[in-house]
Design a protein around this ligand. Structure first.
Ligand code: G4P
Length: 528
């Protein structure tokens, strides 16, 4: 068993965030290729994702809908570091989990499509990073094909995210004919060569200026001028402002052809902070060498029909985790065994025996824990509450067969507690027909599926007119409820949410009644 401080110093734990199709999956795969975790050829991530053992009902649902619900973390080595790459589920599987994953990360890498710049979902994820004070770097992908001008992209980043973009690398060659990258630290120009299907690492050659002039002429000289100008005006990486969220290191490349992947991984190792003492709810910190503690950032239930197991995904925050230790869940105060600790790679699970700060564990049958919970040994601790994210989809739910009402109520309470979906109630319909609120449609599908299969309570969902919610208080409720197109519902924790039919209508209410409390929740979309 090693020293947790020394092991933590070798860890880099981060999430990749992106809009669907920007290249997150391809980049993840190339990280594994450069980390040596795939042998010499890429292509395994997709292959593994496609190889679904048809043994559990959960996987059946994944197969039917072509989605991956069971996401987790990948671990691989690079240089002398251990990289923990957290998966943020994308497009159709977008849910609160996508946001919560960021609570377990020390940094994020935002992938942008060079042709599209900053897109809607990236902006929402960015907002979560900012709220949680997570530093982020940007990888501008797909430089191998026509896209926007690099300086134009820097402007877009600066204006939209209100952060200074500081290029680490600068591209040579027009988009669509990508030759190589100038590294801003060394000024060196590295040329890359394509390989068949990008399945192996791209051969690199460092060329001197006269050679570059001959090989890439005008493209080299104009890139060189731009790169130099950026250095002169001081638009270069600054670790301090990066960690403070005021600047963002920018890398250019192509995940498909592997150009620039190595520079990005070097950036991960050199710039992303290793795990450090974790802030606690009481304002104190849990030091790395204190007894084991971890943050539950996601629950996964009902994955296996024969076991009905629940997996708590835990980020180790302090100490050394050894499989079999008896941990306590902070919220319930109950103890549980960690005999079945696992690391997860899509559907593949491996047993994990030891883990250090920054690592991600899947604890099977940790039934008494909930999302946001701390698990610990010896010395109790609690982490600050995870924020509630702004729901955008609202459906009313009822049990189909009233004789199954008890099962329905139990199931709803369970989903609520796990943080699988937000459950909102009003005084009239209460538990009979609560409103489920979600950040992504998939959350409804999962809830319906689980209520039916796990709790034996088939349900029906009906649309509501609402599209946006804000936090409110008891004083504002009466006035809001008297308005058309507004309703106020309550979460189990007592929080009151005002639901509006449209953003337009909400903005009018805010403008006309400035005294009402209507507080924005995290990742509502748009900045402000
Ligand atoms: P995602 O996980 O962010 O949703 O994106 P993903 O990696 O699946 O990539 C989306 C599409 O973009 C894929 O094409 C992928 O091959 C392509 N792509 C990713 N990186 C690059 C790049 O650097 N350059 C170019 N030109 N394309 C890139 P697809 O046609 O949807 O799928 P596939 O048939 O290629 O797998």
């Amino acid at each position: 068993m090693s020293d947790p401080i020394a092991e933590a110093a070798r860890r880099r734990t981060f999430a990749i965030i992106s809009h669907p199709d920007a290249g997150k999956t391809t980049l993840t795969e190339k990280f594994l290729l450069y980390g040596g975790a795939l042998g010499k050829e890429a292509g395994t991530v997709k292959a593994r994702a496609g190889r679904r053992a048809a043994t559990s009902d959960w996987m059946e649902m994944e197969q039917q809908r072509g989605i991956s619900i069971t996401s987790a973390a990948l671990q691989f080595g690079y240089r002398d570091c251990v990289i923990n790459l957290l998966d943020t589920p994308g497009h159709r599987d977008f849910s609160e989990d996508t946001y919560r994953v960021l609570a377990a990360a020390d940094a994020a890498v935002m992938v942008l499509d060079a042709g599209k710049g900053i897109e809607k979902q990236t902006l929402k994820l960015f907002e979560v990073c900012r709220e949680r004070e997570i530093p982020f770097m940007i990888f501008i992908n797909k430089w191998d094909r026509p896209g926007k001008d690099p300086l134009e992209l820097l402007d877009e980043i600066e204006e939209t995210l209100v952060v200074e973009p500081t290029p680490v690398t600068w591209p040579v060659g027009i988009p669509g004919d990508f030759r190589g990258l100038i590294h801003q630290d060394t000024g060196e120009y590295t040329r890359f060569e394509r390989t068949a299907r990008g399945a192996t690492m791209a051969p690199e050659t460092i060329v001197d200026p006269s050679e570059a002039e001959k090989l890439d002429g005008e493209w080299w000289s104009s890139a060189q001028e731009e790169a130099e100008l950026l250095r002169e005006v001081g638009q270069v990486v600054n670790k301090e402002t990066f960690l403070a969220g005021m600047s963002t290191p920018v890398f250019f490349g192509s995940a498909m052809t592997n150009f620039g992947i190595r520079f990005l991984l070097d950036g991960v190792v050199d710039l992303i902070p290793p795990p450090s003492a974790r802030l606690l709810a009481d304002g104190d910190h849990r030091k790395l060498d204190e007894p084991f503690s971890g943050l539950v950032f996601k629950m996964q239930a009902g994955m296996d029909k024969s076991h009905r197991d629940r997996i708590a995904f835990v980020r180790v925050c302090s100490g050394v985790f050894e499989r079999g230790l008896i941990a306590t869940a902070a919220a319930s105060g109950r103890q549980f065994s960690t005999k079945y600790a696992q690391t997860l790679f899509g559907q593949d699970r491996d047993t994990v025996d030891v883990a250090y700060p920054g690592d991600i564990l899947g604890l099977v049958n940790a039934n008494d824990v909930r999302v946001g919970d701390a698990v610990y040994v010896n010395k109790p601790c609690e982490f600050p509450a995870l924020p509630a994210f702004a729901p955008e989809h609202f459906m009313r739910i009822r049990v189909k067969d009233t004789s199954k009402f008890k099962q329905f109520r139990k199931g709803i309470a369970q989903l609520d507690e796990e943080g699988a979906i937000q459950v909102l109630r009003d005084d009239y319909l209460g538990d009979q027909a609560p409103v489920l609120a979600a950040v992504g449609q998939l959350q409804f599908e999962v809830a319906t599926f689980r209520l039916e299969n796990e709790f034996g309570a088939p349900v029906e969902l009906s649309n509501t007119p609402f599209t946006i919610a804000r936090k409110t208080n008891a004083e504002s409720t009466e006035q809001l409820q008297a308005m058309q197109g507004v309703d106020v519902l309550k979460r189990a924790d007592g929080t009151l949410l005002a639901l509006f039919e449209s953003r337009y209508w909400m903005d009018r209410v805010i403008a006309d009644f400035p005294d009402l409390m209507l507080e924005r929740m995290v990742a509502e979309g748009g900045l402000g």
